[in-house]
Design a protein around this ligand. Structure first.
Ligand code: BMA
Length: 386
């Protein structure tokens, strides 16, 4: 009797374990609809969303922050781009930055005039490229920069907080700018908006230890619904993006929910040089992309490497030997290199892409020629907005 009972229990246990293992291995696909989170998204935005999803299977779009505004040794030369100087082609994705728009400044925190930015975004759209906007907004509680992590800032701008009204006026200004982004026929230009980036780092006031997961989610929900519902903006895809992360749980700690983001990404920089640094970077990017893709499949989101870079790219073959290997066979939408600010008054240079004569120039051309790397010429043919 006892043995029979034991056998029954054992069989039940085996069945239960197999079921659990199977469901874990099966990684159920999300039931989240194939549609932007904004149910009123404009036709072009919906088309972009679908095209991003299908293009992801064919290759990775290459992006660059502030590409048309300046590069190493030049500023505001119409049509110029370091990427174009080196490869003969523009990037497919362009990042621009909204910081200081909230203060009514005419130029952003890196000196780019908002009027020029608008015209770059129009040019990019007309030739079939994509714009993504970040926002290093000032600290609304202290009036200092985004890098002032004063305690209680996030809480202060949530509904009921002392700075909520001020924050709404900042969002109003962002809304005016976004609504002014129109194509030749007056149609709203779709944009990937990625506010509150690197949220798991400690350097911004919305970062890791400066708000609870609940507060961060509330901030996200409030911001997105204010833009979408109060300001009637329907040309945005939203991107949630962390810095480096350790696990799926770590990545999702402050994730605002499937109904609140279209794109998911992370930012990563190579800080250590030499073979050891290269190997580490390849391994880290590969691991994180594997986790990101898994989350993207489970949640039906668009995965992207929202920022990357190796300061001054001192390694001649970094593009094909390190970055290309790190990207491997991953199916992500785009990878965006950070800005090539050039030489600062201090004499220090900040750049993440080669320019004419830079040591990694030739290797970047090889990287550009890889069949699965997508720059402007290829992306134009995709007609992402149709
Ligand atoms: C940082 C640096 C800064 C810049 C900021 C916002 O990573 O590039 O020089 O002001 O981004 O673009």
């Amino acid at each position: 009797m006892k043995i029979k009972w034991l056998i029954i229990n054992l069989i039940t246990l085996i069945i239960a374990c197999s079921f659990t293992c199977f469901s874990l291995l099966a990684k159920p696909k999300s039931s989240f609809p194939d549609f932007p989170i904004d149910k009123k998204a404009t036709k072009q935005t919906v088309n972009l969303y679908h095209n991003l999803k299908s293009l992801q299977k064919k290759g990775i779009m290459f992006g660059h922050q502030d590409d048309l505004a300046y590069g190493v040794g030049w500023k505001y030369v119409p049509g110029k781009s370091d990427v174009k100087e080196v490869t003969g082609d523009y990037p497919a994705v362009y990042g621009f930055e909204l910081g200081r728009l909230e203060l009514d400044h005419a130029v952003n925190l890196d000196g780019v005039p908002f009027d020029s930015m608008r015209s770059y975004i129009q040019q990019i759209y007309e030739r079939g490229g994509i714009t993504t906007l970040s926002w290093h907004l000032n600290n609304p509680l202290t009036g200092k920069t985004a890098w002032d992590p004063a305690e209680g800032t996030v809480k202060s701008i949530l509904p009921g907080g002392e700075k909520n009204d001020l924050y709404k006026t900042w969002l109003d200004k962002v809304a005016v700018f976004i609504l002014s982004l129109k194509g030749n026929k007056g149609e709203p230009i779709p944009i990937i908006f990625r506010p509150f980036h690197e949220l798991n780092g400690n350097w911004f006031w919305w970062g890791k230890d400066h708000c609870t997961p609940e507060e961060f989610k509330q901030l996200w929900h409030f911001t997105i619904s204010y833009l979408m519902d109060t300001k009637n903006i329907h040309q945005l895809l939203y991107a949630y993006n962390t810095d480096r992360f350790l696990s799926t749980e770590d990545y999702l700690l402050k994730y605002p929910g499937d109904e609140w983001t279209d794109v998911i990404g992370f930012d990563i920089y190579q800080r250590k040089g030499g073979d050891e640094g290269n190997t580490e970077f390849i391994k880290d990017v590969d691991n994180m992309l594997t986790m990101l893709e898994e989350i993207a499949i489970q949640k039906n989101k668009i995965p992207a490497l929202t920022e990357f870079g190796y300061a001054q790219v001192p390694d001649r073959t970094w593009w094909t030997n390190v970055l290309y290997k790190a990207l491997g066979n991953h199916q992500i939408s785009y990878a965006l290199a950070w800005r090539s600010a050039g030489f600062k008054p201090s004499g220090e240079a900040e750049y993440y892409l080669p320019f004419k004569g830079q040591v990694s120039e030739k290797d970047f051309i090889k990287f550009y020629q890889k069949p699965n790397m997508i720059f402007q010429k290829k992306v134009t043919k995709q007609q992402l907005y149709k």
